[in-house]
Design a protein around this ligand. Sequence first.
Ligand code: SAH
Length: 269
Amino acid sequence: MTARSSRSVGHVTPGQVTLVGGGPGAAGLLTIAAVTALAQAGVVLFDRLAPHDELALLAPHATLIDVGKRAGNHPISQTGIEELMVEHALAGKRVVRLKGGDPYVFGRGSEEVLACHRNGIAVTVISGVTSAIAVPAAAGIPLTHRGISHAFTVISGHAPLTDNELAGLTLLGSTIVILMGVGTLPTLSQGLLRHGMPATMPVAIIERGFSATQRTTVSTLSTVLADAAAASVRSPAVLVVGEVVRLAFSGDAAAEVLVAHAAEFAMTD
Ligand code: SAH
């Protein structure tokens, strides 16, 4: 069998896999294509961070399988997930692989697509709203603002950043968004300081975006470790490093001054 790919968006045919980006956790941030695919699914394999509270309603015909990985406790390995996905598709099921955020942002989505290709299974990817943008937005933090930051880098904190990465990010001087970064916060903050980023650079940690317990901790590069420890910050969280953090709902009073300054700056270009 050769691998096929389908251009249809949101339609799930038997024996096919659809990788669906479930967005950052709010049902309202599912795309129409995601909702359509779920409605047609025979099997849904879902992650811990995918929106699963309303899955029984969204996918009424589907067998729902929780393949969520919890820190330190991996109920199903990545290989196991891929095997399940392939097995159900080969059995002729309409398989939806529901992932948190966007499937291609640190979600191992591309590995799952390759697993389908290896097994001659048609696979479609439905993009989702990534937590990298939506979670800061839920805390009032835009990643760009004319005159303040005109670029952002989304980086995984799963492993500590290398000196080259820390130097590059410091040099770029724009917004830095870190996913999976709670564990590596010490090396990140100390590394950026070591590479010359100002100690006063604002940092925000937004935990559990879009849940009832969403919380933002606003700090600075030199104080974030102590502040995160005092607040017992936990994963899942999105970290934002950059001047745009001053625009956060719970940011400091400098936001108005910053925006006024940015407006002046914007008018000159
Ligand atoms: N593909 C996903 C990211 C997977 S990596 C996406 O596009 O959003 C998992 C990391 O995403 C978590 O460790 C955390 O850093 C972040 N994350 C995802 N959903 C989140 C949420 N609702 N609140 C806070 N962080 C979240």
